[in-house]
Design a protein around this ligand. Structure first.
Ligand code: AMP
Ligand code: ZN
Length: 467
């Protein structure tokens, strides 16, 4: 097993990865909030988890990947207005909060599936673990870290030695909520349990020893990670925005309850930007995987784009950079497909030459160096351009794709990858033409062209190719 080095946000340095009980690795990922569509910024973070998981598997580790779904609306989910987005979305759409949550959870998975992200081993929804959250709050209360206000049960951050060490001490910490709460003792204190507002029409509320209400946001991750991975586990992941508040508070809660540090390695992904600003729902500058597909791009071109940058560097998204990633991916696929063709025609050599082994080692060294996928992609291209035997090139490309997840094994010579949406349009156009509805069929042709494909009709049928 080769050494893996991972940057740990807690120590602020790359560390040799040594899990608590090798070869098992427990990994907890902060999952989606499901009141709206997940955008491609969010996707960068999930492709990051997926790549990390694949690198660990490549090195022989057995990963247990747990991910939560935040399906409880939180009154503080909008720091400026204190508005509860899930309950608001449900009221606006005339649906139950649970229906809204499930709808967006499905949208989330259809996006991650399109990006070849392997699903977590355990998916845990906050609403299905309220009793675990109440039990954990009781422990924190018994240990003397809480106080009551008219608003709920609060965590007293001054009671914990070292509060905020993940965020780099007191200066790094941001108060989680800007909404003023009467009775809150310190700006960084946060709610473990919130009471339902008087006369509220909240759909999501539960009884508790303190009164009817709902759990605070941070407690779900402490309670569920502890349930599925134990009081101390190996890796916890999330976006960089979680360092200063959410993960700082998760550490505080878990330590207050158990007296132990909950996590050995903290991994944080940098943001995807758009036009130099963070891509965020609140800024209205987001695109979804569906938007990407509608423009005629293969979702895996987005995965290629993510892999081309280091996960700790911010990445600026533009349609031009996505087009460049798609071109590179198509080139890679054709190269692999051509090798496959050759491989079936030539005798297999079982002897791997020394250079082949060097490429394998270089690839592993790159991904094991804090998941340096940009350098790993460079190794892939060097390998393809080298003079090692074609069958070795093919075998290496397929082995590397276990980490890259670009679907290279499926690549075939000369075959154009047609996105699902474009295929649907193509079928619709064929149907309309069969029914003699040529004007409508022409309208659909335009939509196909807008999606980046051209059609050529002939007596043999219709050919489609990228524009
Ligand atoms: P949310 O559903 O808003 O809680 O976000 C889900 C995950 O996506 C969190 O781990 C965030 O840190 C992460 N995230 C949000 N916006 C971005 C972005 N622009 N780039 C990368 N990750 C993001
Ligand atoms: Zn979390």
């Amino acid at each position: 097993m080769a050494d893996i080095y991972l940057y740990n946000s807690l120590s602020r340095q790359k560390e040799l990865f040594a899990p608590l009980k090798a070869p098992d690795v427990g990994m907890y990922a902060c999952g989606p909030t499901v009141y709206d569509y997940q955008h491609i910024g969010n996707m960068r973070r999930y492709v990051g988890d997926d790549t990390l998981k694949r690198v660990l598997a490549l090195n022989g580790f057995k990963v247990k990947h747990v991910m939560n779904v935040t399906d409880v609306g939180h009154l503080t989910s909008d720091a400026d207005t204190g508005e509860d987005k899930l309950e608001k979305s449900a009221a606006e759409k005339g649906k139950s909060a649970a229906e809204i949550a499930r709808f967006f959870e499905e949208q989330f998975f259809s996006s991650t599936d399109a990006l070849n992200v392997i699903r977590p081993d355990i998916l845990c929804r906050a609403t299905e673990h309220v009793s675990e959250q109440i039990e954990l709050i009781k422990k924190i209360e018994e240990n003397g870290f809480t106080y009551l206000t008219d608003d709920g049960v609060y965590f007293d951050t001054t009671k914990l030695k070292d509060y905020g060490r993940l965020a780099g001490g007191k200066e790094g910490i941001k108060p989680g909520v800007r909404v003023d709460i009467a009775g809150k003792k310190n700006p960084t204190d946060f709610a473990l349990w919130k009471f339902s507002p008087k006369d509220s029409k909240r759909q999501m509320e539960w009884d508790s020893p303190w009164g009817t209400g709902f759990p605070g946001w941070h407690i779900e991750c402490s309670a569920m990670s502890m349930k599925y991975l134990g009081e101390t586990f190996d890796i916890h992941t999330g976006g960089v925005d979680h360092v200063a508040v959410h993960h700082t508070n998760e550490i505080a809660q878990s330590e207050a309850a158990t007296g132990k540090a909950p996590v050995k390695y903290w991994v944080h992904y940098e943001f995807l930007q758009v036009d130099g600003a963070k891509m965020a729902k609140s800024l209205g500058n987001t695109y979804t995987v569906t938007d990407v597909e509608k423009k005629g791009f293969d979702p895996l071109a987005l995965r290629y784009l993510f892999l081309s940058a280091h996960y700790r560097d911010s990445l600026n998204f533009t349609w031009e950079s996505l087009q460049a990633a798609q071109n590179a991916l198509e080139k890679l696929r054709s190269a692999v497909a051509a090798l496959k063709d050759e491989k079936t025609r030539t005798a297999l050599s079982s002897e791997k030459d020394a250079k082949t082994q060097t490429f394998r080692e270089e690839f592993v060294k790159s991904v094991n160096d804090d998941i340096n996928t940009a350098s790993a992609l460079a190794v892939v291209w060097q390998m393809l351009k080298s003079n090692i035997p074609s069958e070795d090139k093919y075998d290496l490309a397929i082995a590397f794709d276990e980490v890259l997840g670009l679907g290279l094994a499926k690549a075939t010579v000369g075959k154009v990858e047609i996105p699902g949406k474009v295929q649907e349009l193509l079928d619709k156009r064929n149907q309309l033409r069969e029914q003699g509805k040529f004007e409508e069929a022409d309208g659909v042709r335009k939509e196909i062209e807008e999606a980046g494909f051209v059609l050529e009709d002939s007596s043999q049928g219709t050919k489609i190719k990228p524009r």
